[in-house]
Design a protein around this ligand. Structure first.
Ligand code: FES
Length: 189
């Protein structure tokens, strides 16, 4: 397999005047997360989650700020952030549709679920709709193999999907209503 070299060393960092890593984030990291770990590096994933939760993606400037706060090199931060598909390193849509492609869902024809998403949204996996509303991705196991095939629409897990139920869930999401077709984790709380 050929190595694919990224141009990380010459990447341009687009900057904004205000920091992404806010004082309140630093306080939360200091008080809630850092005490749990032997080294500051332990708080890297919580810090990246915090940034993504606030901005929906993780800009390079934010990675630099996280690195400075946790005394890590920017390369260590980007290595971690780019390893996990759940971290978005480019701007993404307002809503995220993530279809599981791991083995249980693959056996249960996850491809048919992804195909409905592609057709409904008019985009391919990894793309965002022109209006910036929806992004479509495929992820590894979402931890719900017993109810495969599954997909996340934002933070709602939809289980035992069929082409009809994922289609209805996307229609609801597109209409601006809460996507509530199928079994949703938020229905269980
Ligand atoms: S393989 Fe899809 S949830 Fe585990």
């Amino acid at each position: 397999m050929a190595w694919i070299a990224k141009q990380s060393g010459t990447a341009t960092v687009e900057r904004r005047p205000e920091p992404y890593l806010t004082d309140s984030m630093k306080t939360e990291l200091t008080e809630r997360y850092l005490p749990r770990f032997e080294t500051k590096q332990g708080a890297l994933i919580p810090a990246l989650h915090m940034i993504q939760h606030a901005y929906t993606w993780i800009p390079l400037q934010a990675m630099e700020e996280v690195g400075a706060f946790l005394e890590l090199k920017p390369s260590e931060v980007i290595d971690c952030a780019s390893f996990y598909e759940e971290f978005h390193l480019r701007p993404r849509g307002e809503h995220m549709i993530a279809v599981c492609r791991s083995i249980a869902c693959e056996f249960c024809d996850h491809k048919a679920i992804t195909d409905v998403c592609r057709e409904k949204l008019g985009i391919e996996v990894g793309e965002t709709t022109d209006d910036g509303k929806f992004s479509l991705v495929e992820l590894e196991c979402l931890g719900s193999c017993g109810s495969a095939p599954v997909a996340l629409i934002d933070e709602d897990l939809h289980e035992m999907l069929t082409p009809a139920t994922i289609g209805a869930a996307i229609d609801e999401a597109m209409s601006g209503k809460r996507a509530a077709v199928g079994v949703s984790t938020s229905d269980l709380s």
